[in-house]
Design a protein around this ligand. Structure first.
Ligand code: WQD
Length: 336
């Protein structure tokens, strides 16, 4: 079975391509390297000892997507490609709406014309907005977003719901990621954003390898056991495997619009993450406590039961694995 992976050289995309290839799928990647590096394709091949078909370019280019579908019998699409930096989206909203929405609509339109109706979307827990309880379940309504990035994810979910309503031969799966961290055990793939990282683990890694001076923990006065924010961190390899389970489920079940949280179901605080990172990697991180970051919620984590029950998927890797594998990637990248 041949799967098109948009954004397949990105952090989650590349790990998912490794798992797809290991499982025997044929993989076609389209990526414009806007938030990844060209050498990732070679790393995917090195890890799996499998070949991939690669198209360099923008999913916003309808011509390119048409070319891919004309040259390949695509059985399904996993759509990762999109901008994802919350802060940047506030500064450049038009760029985010144009890129994230146009690329998705383009892709779906070409899929429809080629009668390829299996679509897995890289969504996010951010679509829940501010709920009345920290444990998020799929039946909750999507609430107000605090930034254009989050709004593009929420809008795309609505576009997909309308598409399914208009034509229920579509088989659509929305995967709502919580907080992906970690790296493949080879140390060849990882979260390596361009510029100064916004997210916690990439920032920790830059401090641990002395590329940045110190980590600021944003807020220590939240109503949580240790005063720092709580999130549901999930190892990126577990997350990647969740996509394979979703693909298998889609192929074995009638067309529908399915929604799943991909999270561990457990909340971990920033302090716990920092302490664990220091312990498993036997180092001291240089960090200070600073002001709260605007827009941060004190606590949220996944209700992970639906994915377990319907996809037979749950996380297997631990927080220690996430910290060890992340650091292994950082050290490996630095030595390259
Ligand atoms: C986690 C915790 C910070 C950096 C974001 C997006 C979300 C999703 C995942 C794509 C928070 C704290 C962070 C730092 C810190 N992305 N922190 N110092 O905000 O939960 O979610 O990434 O879908 O849409 O919003 O992740 O890693 O930025 O922050 O103290 O230098 O770490 O305050 O409590 P977040 P994060």
């Amino acid at each position: 079975m041949k799967i098109l992976v948009t954004g397949g050289t990105g952090y989650i995309g590349s790990h998912t391509c490794v798992e797809l290839l290991n499982e025997g799928y044929e993989v076609v990647i389209v990526d414009n390297f806007s938030n990844s590096k060209p050498e990732v394709t070679e790393k995917i091949k090195k890890i799996t000892n499998k070949d991939i078909k690669f198209y360099k370019g923008d999913v916003c280019s309808r011509e390119l997507i048409e070319k891919i579908f004309n040259e390949n019998e695509i059985d399904g699409v996993i759509h990762f490609a999109g901008y994802k930096a919350v802060g940047e989206s506030v500064k450049k909203p038009l760029m985010y709406y144009q890129n994230n929405l146009e690329s998705t609509i383009n892709l779906l339109d070409v899929m429809q014309n080629h009668n390829c109706k299996t679509f897995i979307f890289s969504s996010s827990a951010t679509v829940y907005g501010i709920q009345d309880t920290p444990k998020y379940v799929e039946t909750m309504e999507r609430r107000k977003q605090s930034n254009p990035y989050g709004r593009t994810k929420s809008m795309i979910e609505q576009i997909l719901e309308d598409l399914y309503t208009s034509d229920n031969s579509w088989n659509i799966t929305l995967l709502r990621y919580f907080n992906p961290v970690g790296s493949h055990e080879s140390g060849l793939l990882g979260d390596d954003p361009s510029g100064i990282p916004n997210n916690l683990m990439p920032y920790i890694l830059r401090v641990s390898t002395h590329q940045l001076e110190k980590l600021t923990i944003f807020g220590r006065d939240y109503e949580t056991p240790d005063g720092t924010c709580i999130r549901d961190y999930i190892h990126v390899v577990d997350l990647a495997k969740g996509h394979l389970k979703a693909l298998k489920h889609a192929k074995e079940n009638p067309s529908n619009l399915y929604i799943y949280n991909l999270g561990s179901g457990k909340g971990i605080s920033v302090q716990e993450m920092v302490d664990t990172f220091e312990k498993v990697n036997n180092l001291k991180l240089n960090y200070v406590y600073g002001e709260r970051r605007a827009g941060d919620l004190p606590e949220y984590y996944a209700d992970a039961n639906k994915a377990l029950k319907e996809l037979n998927w749950k996380t297997e890797k631990t927080l220690e694995d996430m910290c060890k594998d992340s650091y292994n990637f950082a050290i490996n990248s630095k030595s390259e």
